[in-house]
Design a binder for this molecule. Structure first.
Ligand code: C5P
Length: 304
């Protein structure tokens, strides 16, 4: 029994927000509301991650946010999804008289397709709910999450799941064993709306590169592909040579993370330590941040 598992309010809660990686992303078509219907297989990954810390302020100060770490391209104020999520929860719960101070330490690069902003929003929802002992159940939190962004429900659920609809309809799945992953982050970033707009302009291309799934997901999916890759390459032509260089070093095919710009490889190794060794070698050759990691069981981890 610790502070977190006991009922009642807390003055401060810390949450680790894990990045999300789409192992495969099929775009089914553009919807009337401008979003796109998807069928994606996604996993939470251990690394990179962000830390969101919230503190209750005893007067109606609204939500204030301070950001540190890898802050490049990270929106501030109410443009930040974590601040917006916390405000939405306070309003939904009739707690708009409360203030929340929030600190965000960024480890997940923005514009890399790793769901960093969505993970922060999910962490903010879970942390503020716990701190203020807010009477909103998991289904209610899922609804709020979907209102903040298409990927926020997945980041809140975490683990591994099929994402359908605009990404907010989830079907959890179980991985078969460990899933070592190497994630390489290029020095350029991509804006998700621009990549979807390019997919429309290109006439809705279907991925031509199809990868054999690693053993951990072979029972769930037949092949891995990302329908946004051609669109992402149209927006950022340097993406292709980045991938080709990465594939040459690891001698394995790479899959684009979401709308990019990060690329992931699932190397034929048994342990995360081996994936980390490989990541270090790739990082030295490509001179960019590269992490060796594995699937994480949760999207958000709370601590008091
Ligand atoms: O839902 P969210 O605000 O995170 O989406 C950001 C942008 O990504 C949308 O405005 C849209 O351009 C694009 N998007 C999409 N279809 C999805 C998810 C996102 O077109 N399923």
């Amino acid at each position: 029994m610790n502070e977190l598992t006991q009922p009642g309010r807390l003055s401060r809660v810390r949450a680790t927000a894990h990045a999300k990686l789409t192992l495969s992303l099929e775009v089914l078509g553009r919807r009337k509301d401008g979003y796109h219907d998807l069928e994606a297989l996604a996993v939470s990954i251990g690394d990179p991650s962000d830390v969101v810390e919230v503190e209750a302020v005893p007067h109606p100060a609204g939500v204030t946010l301070e950001i540190a770490g890898d802050v490049d391209h990270v929106p501030t104020g109410r443009d930040n999804l974590a601040a917006r999520a916390a405000e939405d929860l306070l309003i939904e719960a009739g707690r708009s008289g409360h203030g929340v101070r929030m600190w965000l330490r960024k480890g997940i690069p923005a514009g890399a397709g790793l769901g960093g902003g969505s993970a922060d929003a999910a962490a903010a929802l879970a942390a503020v709910r716990r701190m203020l002992d807010v009477d909103v159940d998991d289904a209610g939190l899922h609804q709020l999450a979907a209102g903040v962004g298409s990927d926020v429900p997945f980041c809140l659920l975490g683990g591994a799941a099929w994402m359908r609809g605009r990404g907010d309809e989830l079907e959890p799945v179980s991985l078969d064993g460990t899933l070592p992953i190497v994630v390489a982050i290029p020095p350029f970033r991509l804006a998700t709306p621009a990549v979807y707009a390019a997919w429309d302009e290109l006439g809705g291309p279907v991925a031509d590169r199809r990868l054999e799934p690693p053993p951990a997901v072979a029972g769930i999916i037949d092949e891995l592909a990302n329908d946004l890759e051609a669109a992402a390459e149209a927006v950022e032509p340097r993406l292709r040579s980045f991938r080709e260089d990465l594939e040459e070093i690891v001698r394995a095919p790479a899959i684009l993370a979401g709308s990019g710009s990060a690329y992931a490889v699932m190397p034929a190794v048994d342990t995360v330590a081996q994936a980390s060794d490989l990541a270090r070698r790739v990082g030295r050759r490509l001179r960019v941040p590269v992490v060796g990691t594995t699937a994480a069981a949760t999207g958000v981890r709370l601590s008091a």
